[in-house]
Design a protein around this ligand. Structure first.
Ligand SMILES: [Zn+2]
Length: 281
């Protein structure tokens, strides 16, 4: 590896983006080449100075997911102009600056770092100005919906639909009661076309929950149940995400979230039968 190659690859090396073999070659060159090593040290010092000087807050995972999904929506909403502007901004910072040696220090790394920082600030400002209204929206339900769908999909993919496979509510209920610190209602809806397949323990929203699995023709419905928080005044709501329908309702004792790829109206029917059965127990 010569100085020119090392210079080109330095940014990637500093960001840890290179494969091990290329990194090893750069390190070898830095051991052998005084000039490149000095440049490397100058760049590292600058990076440290920036990271020390700038406040850094680790985004909570919930915020990160909201930003990601908001960005996806943003890109889907106005693809042409905004995205082009952003990519131009990014591309411009990646173009190599003319190489000028200033007092023996390759100036282009420093100027690139400065440009990169400026671009990052502008980029962040653009994102933030676009996202500020989005970030103020309550995202707790969206976050929970993501978890619910993930859990539903996982239960179907991992061949772990049920812990207790039984169509008998008098088998499923005691099994769940013994594992949880609440007694979730279990009803069989086979007479209504939603046969009970079994039960499962799951973990959502930071607590263990009961999952009841119902079948509708070839489809499955995961019904997640956990106790309501005191003073809950939520009403029934529906959501559609990633092709899955979610239906949420509460009663004085429990939260219910039904997740499935059956149609929205079938979930509503399921909900009516479920609530009807609970009332008549
Ligand atoms: Zn060199």
């Amino acid at each position: 590896m010569n100085c020119e190659e090392a210079t080109k690859l330095m940014d990637g090396y500093l960001d840890g983006e290179l494969d091990p073999i290329t990194s090893e070659k750069i390190e070898q060159h830095l051991r052998d080449c005084r000039k490149c090593e000095e440049a490397y040290e100058a760049h590292t010092a600058l990076t440290h100075a920036i990271s020390r000087g700038a406040p850094y807050y680790k985004a909570p995972i919930e915020l990160r997911q909201r930003v990601h999904s908001s960005l996806r929506d943003e890109v889907a909403d106005k693809p042409a102009r905004t995205v082009l502007r952003r990519s131009q901004l990014l591309v411009r910072t990646k173009q190599p600056e003319p190489r000028t040696v200033l007092f023996g220090t390759p100036w282009n790394w420093l100027s690139l770092a400065g440009l990169g920082l400026a671009a990052a600030v502008i980029f962040a400002a653009i994102i933030f100005s676009n996202l500020a209204p989005v970030l103020r929206r309550p995202g707790a339900d969206q976050f929970l919906a993501t978890q619910l769908i993930a859990s539903h999909v996982r239960s179907l993919m991992a061949n772990h639909l049920t812990d207790v496979p039984s169509s008998d509510q008098h088998t499923v209920k005691p099994w769940l009661d013994a594992k949880l610190d609440f007694a979730a209602p279990v009803v069989d809806l086979s007479g209504e076309g939603f046969p009970l397949i079994g039960g499962r323990l799951d973990y959502l929203d930071n607590h263990p929950v009961a999952a009841l699995i119902y079948q509708r023709r070839k489809h499955f419905i995961n019904l997640f149940i956990w106790p309501t928080a005191a003073g809950t005044t939520e009403t029934k709501k529906t959501m559609t995400r990633q092709g899955y329908h979610l239906l949420h309702w509460v009663d004085p004792d429990f939260n219910y979230w039904a997740v499935s790829d059956v149609s929205d109206s079938e979930l509503q029917t399921f909900n009516q039968h479920f609530e009807g059965q609970i009332l008549h127990r």
